[in-house]
Design a protein around this ligand. Sequence first.
Ligand SMILES: [Cu+2]
Length: 152
Amino acid sequence: MIRIDRLGTGRRLAGGVAAALLLAAPAGMAEAVELTPSVEGTTVYIVAPADGDSVSSPVTVVFGLSGMGIAPAGVEREGTGHHHLLINQDLPVLDQPVPASDTYVHFGGGQTQTVLDLPPGEHTLQLLLADHNHIPHDPPVISEVVTITVAE
Ligand SMILES: [Cu+2]
């Protein structure tokens, strides 16, 4: 009788530990974001202004995209995304939604150009395509950095 009770206690303890491990696993996995695939060979680029240009403000910035299409934010359609313009900013973390601010600008309406009021001096511009949830694709679709000088 005593031996059977001890075995029974041991099994319950082992079962409790296993259940705790199972509960811990999904919590860690929930943070992983499923990235939307980009289309191979896609390029995003700034049509205007050109790198090295001296311009006056307001500055019209024209976006170019080849290989994928534009869809407004919130619209999930394969092979599409919307533009994000980084103004004097480094690239954000690429497996999370792009931050939204005056220097991480979303074009969730599907716009392909914008007009910027920029103070005099040197500025960098870069485009980053992201999916319906504002999360960059895998692999990410990123333009070259364009550096411009805004005249006094
Ligand atoms: Cu966005």
